[in-house]
Design a protein around this ligand. Structure first.
Ligand code: ADP
Ligand code: MG
Length: 367
């Protein structure tokens, strides 16, 4: 028989998946693929369809239409027990009456693995998550972070095809959460797991993921690497969801060899031949990242082709940098971050300033 994964089939593939609850389209034509060993995070506002996607993958929810493939095989109608999927959900607690080793070994027991082998594999997994010395303890004798790692070991111990994580860190405090994000990423990479995680925390998505899928209203707004989404967002929604974005709406015109996008008090210019110009519309949106905007005194000599004039509304000192809020001519507000402490120290609220940016830092959305 053909081994589909050897043929390069993806580890997981959603093909035109929809899930309707009456008039509510929880999922609407969602398609994406995952390679073996990839870590994907689904990110989006509350109600955008993340958990429903995860439940469709797990098999707890049957899609209204579409197809789900795991390792090249159609699993759309297959029951959850037969999917070989590991899960770590926020409300998927450890069994309190079982030792840590028995908790981790449990999925092997339900799969009919013999006792000695269960013990061996549970201990091996506890070793990987750094808790071999806690094998005989009970869950309540362990910290929140330790319990989390036991739950991860339990989700990985049977070598699942896919591991699903739904807001697994939501109950942990900020410091522990950051530490666990890095640990979970390393552990899942070490065992080669294919992971789909859900969060509404963009930092978590950026820290952990090979790729991020951004959901909006039951649809996939964009999928890509963190760098790709940050530098090439295809919509204002994505630009705003990954990192901070200043969005200016302007008009495009041609001026000799230049394409100029402008609005009241600001202008951005780039070579007419640039691919971003060809992809633009006549009334595009310009995305400017706060750390890519330079600030100068109003009397500074500046490049009029790429900049804006405005008035400082607020100047906030953040230790290693300033955050500056500047109002432009039409009341559009720009936020920027600057480490130019010397320039910033001399500027104050109500001062006029000249902002500038580099053509290569412009993100143009065809709106
Ligand atoms: P997220 O996890 O991104 O917050 P969900 O996938 O839980 O979003 O929900 C997506 C949409 O589907 C929401 O509008 C939600 O109210 C709706 N929904 C989810 N599950 C059900 C259900 N069992 N019955 C009815 N509506 C549901
Ligand atoms: Mg959810």
């Amino acid at each position: 028989m053909a081994n589909s994964s050897a043929n390069g089939a993806s580890a997981l593939s959603l093909v035109n998946i929809a899930k309707h609850y009456g008039a509510v389209k929880a999922l609407d034509d969602v398609s994406f693929e995952l390679k073996k060993g990839e870590f994907l995070t689904m990110l989006g506002p509350s109600g955008s369809g993340k958990t429903t996607s995860l439940r469709v993958i797990a098999g707890f929810v049957a899609p209204t239409s579409g197809q789900l493939m795991i390792d090249g095989r159609d699993m759309t109608g297959v029951s959850p027990q037969k999917r070989n999927i590991g899960m770590m959900f926020q409300d998927y607690a450890l069994f309190p009456h079982m030792s840590v080793a028995d908790n981790v070994a449990y999925p092997l027991e339900t799969r009919g693995v013999a006792r000695a082998e269960r013990r061996r594999r549970a201990m091996e997994m506890l070793e990987i998550v750094g808790l071999a010395h806690c094998a005989g303890r009970f869950p309540k004798q362990m910290s929140g972070g330790q319990q989390q790692r036991v739950a991860l070991a339990r989700a990985l111990v049977f070598n699942p095809d896919i591991v699903l994580l739904d807001e697994p860190m939501a109950a942990l405090d900020k410091k522990l959460r950051t530490q666990m994000q890095i640990e979970i990423m390393h552990i899942t990479k070490q065992v080669g797991a294919t992971v789909v995680s859900v969060t509404h925390d963009q930092e978590e998505a950026l820290v952990m993921s090979d790729r991020i899928a951004i959901f909006k209203d039951g649809r996939l707004a964009q999928i890509g690497t963190p760098q790709d989404l940050y530098t090439h967002p295809k919509s204002e929604f994505v630009a705003d969801f990954i990192g901070e974005a200043n969005i200016l709406r302007g008009q495009l015109r041609h001026d000799g060899a230049l394409a100029v996008i402008e609005g009241p008090g600001w202008r951005a210019s780039l070579p007419k031949s640039d691919p971003r110009v060809a992809a633009s519309s006549a009334s595009p949106s310009l995305v400017l990242r706060p750390e890519r905007i330079h600030v100068n005194r109003a009397d500074a000599v500046a490049d009029a082709a790429n900049g804006a004039e405005g008035v400082i509304v607020d100047k906030i000192y953040l230790g290693t940098e300033y955050r500056l809020i500047v109002r432009l001519a039409d009341n559009a507000v720009i936020q920027l971050r600057s480490r130019d402490i010397a320039t910033l120290a001399a500027l104050n609220a109500a001062d006029r300033v000249r902002l500038s940016w580099q053509p290569e830092d412009l993100v143009i959305i065809a709106a």
